[in-house]
Design a binder for this molecule. Structure first.
Ligand SMILES: NC(=O)c1ccc[n+]([C@@H]2O[C@H](COP(=O)([O-])OP(=O)(O)OC[C@H]3O[C@@H](n4cnc5c(N)ncnc54)[C@H](O)[C@@H]3O)[C@@H](O)[C@H]2O)c1
Length: 338
């Protein structure tokens, strides 16, 4: 049984708490959040203790692994401290909004030799995993094109926008990982553009709320991605993968599968509203993968180096959108394990 400490009990931290408690080979030993009331509430439900501080949690030698679900600005220092304390680390994305800080953190964690995983959950979603397995088994022949649609139901709170790192570093990072997972290759060149249609808060933060990206790999696979901070119909997360022998696609997940057919037409339910519903299963599978890697000493594919590769691509996309010019990438494929 792996004993976990969990830092940060906000939206995603609460998900991790539930999943650790539910896992047969895991135990939630302690949680920490500066919001003491929140920590008490989750600890009571989970039946675990509340650590007095992050450092106090690290000094508990019975804890094997730490999940870092605190705000992004704290990830790198907390990951390094946890690795130094001999803990395995499951760190929420991204390591840092600053690429140099992310690289430095990855270097230190690797030097310490602590198991480290970046929490890029989408590839663990059962529907996406099945689609990827079919691509890899050659079901659609030679892969030629991937189209990803990523639209949030509503924009984040205005106060979050200037701290988000922008639509590509904040939102697209998951789909960059997904595209690498699906095609097994890194992009060699990226084009991007963006606009503001939803709120001036994005313009004030020098950000976009609506964007499109094209990436091309060395072998010629073309990946297109459209992004928006708003829909009127729920969380839009469609994928199409086109190959020489056919196409694989996954649509959005509806709240209910029931359709009403009458004189007006055919009416179904809305789509699941947010990542918390649509990707609920992925977070549990992600944790299961991390635990299996620790138990069997298997190599963690989503390591700190891979996190840096993903962030390097997000950086290039951001730069391409703001400059209006394509950006060429020359990332050593050995640094990433699709
Ligand atoms: N993988 C995903 O799908 C996904 C989804 C949402 C968020 N995230 C990432 O998870 C992180 C947290 O996001 P969120 O939406 O849960 O934020 P949130 O604001 O809901 O929660 C953050 C929590 O961290 C706590 N905190 C503040 N300082 C802390 C400290 N020193 N140590 C421990 N905890 C501290 C806050 O009190 C709060 O409870 C972000 O880095 C975000 O990018 C990932």
């Amino acid at each position: 049984v792996i004993r976990f400490g969990l830092a940060g009990l906000g939206r995603i931290g609460a998900v991790h708490a539930r999943n650790v408690v539910a896992h047969a080979n895991a135990e939630l030993a302690a949680v920490f959040d500066p919001d003491a009331a929140r920590a008490e509430c989750i600890a009571e439900r989970a039946g675990c203790s509340v650590a007095a501080s992050f450092e106090a949690m690290l000094s508990d030698s019975s804890i094997d692994a730490v999940i870092i679900a605190s705000p992004t600005s704290l990830h790198s220092e907390q990951a390094i401290a946890a690795a130094r304390a001999g803990k395995a680390v499951l760190c929420e994305k991204p390591i840092s909004l600053d690429l140099a800080t992310a690289k430095a953190c990855a270097g230190i964690v690797a030097e310490i030799g602590a198991p480290f995983m970046i929490a890029l959950n989408k590839r663990f979603d059962p529907t996406i995993a099945e689609l990827a397995a079919r691509v890899k088994n050659g079901a659609i022949g030679r892969l030629e094109m991937i189209s990803l649609f990523g639209k949030d139901p509503e924009p984040p709170p205005a106060a979050f926008i200037p701290t988000s790192g922008g639509i590509f570093r904040d939102m697209m990072i998951h789909d960059i990982d997904l595209s690498i997972f699906l095609c097994g290759e890194l992009p060699a060149v990226v084009w991007a553009t963006g606009a503001v249609h939803i709120s001036d808060a994005f313009a004030q933060a020098n950000d976009f709320d609506t964007a499109a990206v094209i990436m091309r790999t060395a072998s010629g696979v073309i990946i297109t991605q459209t992004l928006s901070r708003r829909t009127t119909f729920g969380f839009d997360q469609r994928i199409e993968v086109h190959g020489s022998e056919g196409m694989l696609r996954t649509g959005n997940h509806q709240v209910s599968r029931v359709e009403q057919l009458d004189r007006v037409g055919v009416v179904g339910s809305t789509f699941q509203h947010s990542f918390l519903e649509r990707y609920a299963a992925s977070y549990a599978v992600e944790l299961d993968y991390f635990i299996a890697c620790l138990e069997t000493r298997r190599l963690i594919e989503l390591d700190a180096q891979h996190a840096v590769v993903i962030q390097t691509i997000a950086e290039a996309v951001t730069d391409a959108a703001h400059s209006g010019s394509p950006r060429h990438l020359d990332i050593d494929p050995a640094l990433s394990r699709p």
